[in-house]
Design a protein around this ligand. Structure first.
Ligand SMILES: Nc1ncnc2c1ncn2[C@@H]1O[C@H](COP(=O)(O)OP(=O)(O)OP(=O)(O)O)[C@@H](O)[C@H]1O
Length: 247
């Protein structure tokens, strides 16, 4: 599946945050969306998942826009938000069942898929627990399990590493790499640049609502004439005024 963002201008009522944003996430690609606080990463994600509507431009999943068929569009996406949001009155098992219903997956199939994920994230014995009894990291794991069991063609993952322990971060990365191999596209926003540098195929650098760089590490190093620089070093250089001189 290809996610194509074309000349997207958008944001909130009275606050146009994104200005002419364009980038692509190809099938089998893991793309890191990076930028300073307030750069527009979460706003971009909200536009993609349909919580905001573009003022101009369009977002295509293959050839489909949300306006053409919102249900089909949404079912292609698995979204893991930065802040876990669970139903306080539903158990972990019921969260899996509700996810299955929302995505038209047989409950048995969903439970079978969830089994492996529950084991990976060490939650197999907590199926009858309510969110009130989970730690923040455990809640985050429930969100991850529910997103992955739908096996979407596009994963949108907002700041996945906050609140997860190092073991869970590794498990999540392994899962992302596995899904990538099956052809899924993944867009991940993160401030953890050392991890992004190791695992992302490509980076989209947002600054003040605009894409200021887009490409793999080799392309970014070449474009900004910073041979051997880490993503972190490139990023710091890019966000200083002087980057404009290179463009
Ligand atoms: N609900 C809202 N209404 C109006 N403006 C908003 C709203 N949410 C965010 N903004 C503004 O949009 C801009 C981009 O915010 P956004 O949350 O997309 O940044 P971000 O790159 O995700 O930042 P962070 O790294 O801090 O999560 C900021 O200037 C912010 O003040």
């Amino acid at each position: 599946m290809t996610l194509k963002i074309e000349n997207l201008t958008g944001g909130y009522f009275g606050n146009t945050v994104l200005k002419d944003v364009s980038f692509t996430v190809e099938s089998g690609e893991l793309v890191g969306l990076i930028g300073l606080n307030g750069a527009g990463k979460s706003t971009t994600i909200q536009e993609i998942i349909g919580l905001l509507s573009p003022y101009q431009g369009q977002i295509l999943l293959d050839d489909l826009t949300i306006g053409q068929n919102s249900e089909a569009y949404r079912k292609k996406i698995g979204f893991i938000p930065e802040q876990p949001s669970l139903y306080e009155e539903l158990t972990l098992r019921e969260h899996i069942e509700v996810t299955a219903l929302a995505y038209d997956i047989e409950v048995e199939t969903a439970m079978a898929r969830a089994e492996k994920l529950l084991k990976t994230f060490r939650l197999s014995d907590k199926l009858d627990w309510f969110p009130a009894n989970f730690s923040k990291g455990m809640k985050q794991k429930v969100m991850i399990i529910c997103a992955f069991l739908t096996e979407p063609s596009l994963y949108i993952i907002d700041e996945p590493f906050l609140g997860l322990d190092p073991l869970a971060i590794n498990d999540l990365i392994d899962l992302m790499l596995e899904m990538k191999k099956t052809g899924a596209s993944i867009l991940m926003s993160t401030h953890i640049l050392s991890t992004a540098e190791r695992f992302c195929d490509k980076f989209v650098v947002l600054h003040e609502g605009k894409v200021i760089a887009d490409g793999d590490l080799t392309a970014l190093r070449a474009k900004f004439n910073l041979p051997n620089a880490s993503l972190d070093e490139i990023y710091v250089a890019l966000t200083k005024e002087s980057w404009q001189a290179h463009d």
